[in-house]
Design a protein around this ligand. Structure first.
Ligand code: SF4
Length: 476
């Protein structure tokens, strides 16, 4: 059996007469072309949407945007690779009509128009709405950590700097003691040791000085961390791992797992980000009310309250926090609040009705206890390590109790959350290979993630509707 053979390289061939013939009717470039041509780039915030009257003509921002959309859709994000693809990729040659911008022009376009990509993302969300691709009933909100252009070794917290400075002091002390020993003639090393030690001391002192300056800078700015390569990046803990990067928040519609809203922040946790993310998604879907589900990292009373006030019905599981849980004692859920008595009924059946009100940073809470009941309690060891148990209640905790009832009535919603958000995050990080940013600075990475989220949505919509259907939706 022979293999399938290619033709001889010097053979004359009758190739298709135009580049048009090389681009399939259902190629995504045909949609990108129509979609971008239909955008009002000036309104979206792109620069140079009108050509200059004088000087050398520049590239049309529409062509540059087409190049980036194609690149993000096909895992090509670097400006140098985009430059190369524009010269050898027939789909891109078709899309750009043979234009070959150099990598610097390509990179400058992304940098200069970073604030405008979100408007393009939103226009595509509107198109998906027109195509009825959103269920508009349930949003799953979640965040993922994406790496920044900042090596973990070039990120410092106050604690890390204090540790390094203490270690430097210890080393310096050792070196100086050794130098003293040499001076006293007790040196066990050969000649040249003094010079080697002097060089080490100078090196450690120099580094210590830089670390002390960074610590001073942190204390003066009130920031908790300093990153040397990308000053906006922050160290964030995810499970067992620490990533120096950014926190990308998404609100995903449960029907087809399309991203409705996305936003990048350098907040290390998700806490407090539910109302803003789900609220923006609600506006994008043009709704009065919507349900939103998130994991327990979003559990924050004030944020849940803000959701309710903004027409969002939140579903967030309560995390098991606190020393009682850590020590294997009765969790707070075992204590039932009685609104009429304004007291808690404890697992021992006693009423905790001694109240103490406190305010911390504007957060009002009431502490409930019953020292007398606890003093006589036979199960106290299972409840508290102190003389009596105290239960804290936020003044608006009824908001959280309502949410707990909703969750109990709809337990499957947490599984829907996981399936809904895993799809975009898994696709972005694994399939699209976009788990790390290429640019530095919060505003620039926001622009980058808008392109990433748009590329994800575009791919989903292509699967759901197909290229001809998408083109019809734009041109109809
Ligand atoms: S220790 Fe106090 S709060 Fe705990 S079960 Fe006993 S009586 Fe109730």
């Amino acid at each position: 059996m022979a293999y399938i053979e290619g033709h001889a390289r010097d053979q004359s061939l009758l190739l298709p007469a135009s580049v048009e013939d090389y681009v399939a009717a259902d190629s995504p470039v045909r949609f990108i072309d129509v979609f971008v041509d239909d955008l009002d780039l000036g309104e979206a915030g792109f620069h140079r949407t009108r050509p200059k009257a004088t000087g050398r003509p520049g590239y049309d921002p529409a062509d540059m945007l087409k190049l980036y959309l194609y690149g993000y859709l096909n895992r090509v994000r670097s400006s140098r690779r985009l430059e190369a693809e524009a010269t050898r990729n027939l789909e891109l040659i078709w899309l750009l009509r043979g234009l070959r911008p150099d990598y610097k022009t390509i990179a400058d376009f992304r940098r200069d128009n970073r604030g405008a990509f979100k408007a393009v993302f939103r226009t595509f969300v509107v198109l998906c709405r027109k195509l009825d691709l959103f269920g508009r009933e349930l949003l799953a909100v979640d965040g993922t950590r994406l790496k920044a252009v900042n090596n973990p070794g070039r990120n410092f917290s106050r604690a890390k700097l204090a540790r390094y400075i203490a270690a430097a002091d210890e080393r310096l002390e050792g070196y100086l003691a050794e130098l003293d020993a040499i001076d006293r003639g007790e040196d066990g090393h050969g000649p040249g040791r003094s010079e080697a030690l002097a060089a080490k001391i100078a090196h450690v002192r120099e580094r210590r000085q830089a670390q002390a300056a960074m610590l001073e800078q942190l204390n003066a700015s009130g920031e908790s961390q300093i990153s040397l390569t990308d000053p906006d990046a922050r160290a964030m803990v995810t499970g067992q791992k620490t990533t120096v990067g950014y926190n990308a928040q998404v609100a995903v519609d449960a029907k087809h797992k399309l991203i409705v809203e996305q936003h990048v922040t350098n907040a290390a946790t998700d806490m407090g980000l539910l109302a803003s993310t789900a609220g923006a998604a609600k506006v994008a879907l043009d709704l009065e009310r919507i349900d939103a589900v998130a994991d327990m990292g979003y559990y924050k009373g004030e944020d849940i309250e803000a959701c309710e006030a903004n027409g969002i019905t939140p579903y967030v599981a309560r995390p098991e926090r606190g020393s009682a849980v850590a020590n294997g004692r009765f969790p707070k859920e075992r204590f039932a609040y009685d609104p009429e008595a304004d007291a808690y009924r404890c697992p021992g059946g006693r009423l905790l009705d001694t109240r103490y009100r406190s305010v911390t940073n504007g957060h009002v809470s009431i502490q409930y206890s019953s020292p007398a009941a606890c003093a006589a309690c036979t199960i106290r060891a299972r409840c508290t390590g102190s003389r009596w148990r105290r239960i804290n209640r936020w003044e608006n905790e009824a908001v959280l109790e309502r949410m707990a009832k909703r969750l109990a009535a709809r337990p499957g919603i947490l599984n829907i959350r996981r399936e809904t958000v895993e799809h975009p995050f898994g696709s972005i990080k694994q399939w699209m290979n976009q788990g790390a940013f290429l640019m530095r600075g919060l505003e620039k990475v926001r622009g980058e993630f808008s392109l990433t989220a748009l590329a994800y949505n575009l791919r989903r919509a292509i699967t759901l509707v197909g290229i001809p259907g998408l083109i019809r939706a734009v041109t109809a």
